[in-house]
Write a protein that binds this ligand. Structure first.
Ligand code: PLP
Length: 565
């Protein structure tokens, strides 16, 4: 009921606390030296190559031997064996032929002046005063009364530095390989998990995904001049879930090192969460367990955790069923729960919003459209923009749009009903399978985010989302169905005149299209019931015959030739 009232009260308290972000008086204290960059000393840089060459010389010798004839193959094999045992000995002794980027970071951190930034868990109950708070080192997902948790930063400490300081710091870290700041997420470390040791971080240098300028799609389809797609799916496991998972797995890694009883990390998943969890756990050497709804995720998504060595349980239910089960299991076993109920992930995901501002030279776009299912990400975007605003990095909020599949639209229904009547639904199948969720865990977070950003919820039918993805693909993108949902929402809002022709608009692409080739193939083969594939482009089958090939080319080039003069 009171979601709207709570949200409004919280908004005004947030606004009140954001005054006075700049403070010229503290300039002298600004000793954080972290953005001066760091170079490996010449001495070390020169010493290392010789050591590195040793194995490669052997490999070359082995290969030369191989070329010299079959008689020498035994020798080649022997060399190879010798090489691998040499490597094995190095691994066993922990030998490194030069300082790793982690060593460099460790040495540097030892000499850094430490500014004390802190973060903690508080209950997510906007507008309701509470003294309840917890250390991030606790294994905890909900507050005493069962509400979600939120990671709250010490904003007063952060506000000792003005907006320009943060912009300079973050800009200085882009495009480097300095541990851990080469990651788009950890380049914002002070705003994410300020207290974690760099050594405990598990990162694949995720984030820093490109903004695609949708020039042709904007101009030709929508009459828009300033349309962009944030390619969050151009990432290690092919979805934005990497942004959150690096934070969660890093924190778990820290807790395990501190002796917490965590035997594995588990999640229920519509596909992308399990892929990200499995990869990060594999990189850290932590066991991963994933509960997947049988036959409801793409083959690419299924094979990812399998390849990364996770324990994969394929369960004959939907996502909501898997979620219920894993909650029961984690209450019994020391398995850390990695679902987006877990507020650590949202800290990483919010960096995509900060990055968008950064990519526009710290100017806020007018609209940001995010496809939503469990609804953690829409709140993460809100949180990222809000933090930028509170810390003087941007001067206003963008308007947020959450886009849902019409087959899984509980948020859309609540929006249409004036926010007060949220009711979970049974989600019907959708090609946007990662958002086939009827009972979103972050519903309160999403309502809060949207009511505080003058937000909108839009929906897309299966035909609308597949057509939108395919139409945009024709202009050079390769969209997943979820991005199709966001693009379809954009088309509708543009057609209604809600989004203007010159509004700077960012569509968030949440996954890589290559994860969803099955539905794309079905679309282009015109094989989807109740969907007229308006932009289908099936391959033309031609016999091996020059005349027939020429016929096809003449016919097809005439059809497509409007751009070729
Ligand atoms: C997880 C996911 C979403 C939905 O994010 P929520 O935080 O659950 O709303 C959208 N698209 C893709 C590709 C996803 O993997």
């Amino acid at each position: 009921m009171a979601a709207t009232a709570r949200a409004a009260a919280a908004a005004s308290s947030l606004a009140a606390s954001s005054v006075g972000a700049d403070c010229t008086g503290c300039r002298q204290q600004r000793t954080l030296p972290t953005f001066t960059g760091f170079r490996v000393s010449k001495h070390k840089a020169q010493a290392s190559p010789q050591k590195l060459q040793r194995p490669s010389v052997k490999v070359r010798a082995a290969m030369d031997d191989k070329k010299a004839g079959s008689k020498r193959d035994i020798k080649a094999e022997a060399s190879a064996v010798e090489l691998s045992s040499a490597v094995a000995a190095d691994v066993k002794n922990g030998a490194r032929s030069e300082e790793s980027i982690k060593d460099v970071a460790r040495n540097k951190a030892a000499h850094d002046v430490k500014e004390v930034f802190r973060a903690k868990y508080v209950p997510f109950t906007p507008g309701v005063a509470t003294t309840e708070e917890y250390s991030l080192d606790e294994v905890l997902y909900r507050s005493k009364n069962g509400s979600l948790l939120d990671v709250q930063h010490d904003m007063e400490a952060l506000k000792k530095y003005d907006g320009q300081y943060w912009k300079n710091l973050f800009d200085s870290r882009i495009g480097r390989t300095e541990w851990p700041y080469g990651s788009g997420v950890w380049s914002k470390k002070e705003w994410i998990l300020p207290e974690i040791d760099n050594d405990d971080i598990v990162s694949m240098f995720e984030g820093n995904s490109n903004l695609f300028w949708a020039e042709r799609f904007g101009k030709e389809t929508l009459g828009m001049s300033d349309l962009w797609v944030k390619q969050c799916g151009n990432s290690h496991t092919g979805s934005f879930k990497d942004l959150g998972m690096t934070v969660l797995v890093s924190q778990v890694n820290r807790m395990i090192k501190k002796g917490r009883a965590v035997r594995a990390v588990g999640c229920a998943s519509t596909g992308d969460t399990s892929a990200a969890l499995s990869a990060y756990c594999a990189a850290a050497g932590i066991p991963a367990i994933v509960f997947l709804p049988a036959d409801k995720i793409s083959i690419a998504q299924l094979v990812q955790p399998i390849a990364n060595g996770a324990l994969v349980l394929s369960i004959d239910t939907d996502f909501d069923g898997c979620m219920r089960l894993i909650r029961e299991v984690t209450a019994e076993l020391p398995i850390y729960l990695a679902n987006s109920l877990n507020s650590l992930r949202l800290e990483g995901q919010k960096t995509a919003a900060i990055e968008i501002c950064q990519q526009f030279n710290w100017v806020v776009p007018d609209w940001v459209i995010v496809p939503g299912g469990n609804l953690g990400n829409i709140y993460a975007f809100y949180k990222g923009f809000q933090m930028c605003k509170d810390l003087g990095v941007i001067d206003r909020m963008p308007r947020l749009v959450c886009a849902q599949a019409a087959n899984a639209n509980p948020l859309y229904r609540a929006y249409k009903a004036g926010w007060d009547k949220f009711a979970p639904i049974k989600a019907a199948p959708t090609f946007a399978s990662a958002i086939q969720i009827g009972d979103p865990v972050s519903i309160d977070r999403a309502i809060y985010a949207l009511t505080n950003s003058d937000g909108i919820v839009e929906e897309a039918t299966e035909e609308e989302l597949m057509d939108a993805a395919a139409q945009a693909d024709r202009t050079g993108m390769f969209n997943c169905p979820h991005t199709g949902v966001a693009l379809a929402a954009l088309i509708k809002l543009r057609n209604k005149g809600v989004i203007g022709p010159n509004d700077r608009t960012v569509v968030v692409s949440t996954a890589h299209g290559l994860k969803f080739t099955q539905s794309k193939v079905a679309y282009h083969s015109n094989e989807i019931a109740d969907v007229t594939s308006r932009f289908a482009n099936p391959p033309v089958t031609v016999p091996e015959n020059f005349g027939k090939v020429m016929d096809v080319l003449r016919r097809e080039l005439d059809k497509r030739g409007d751009k070729i003069k």
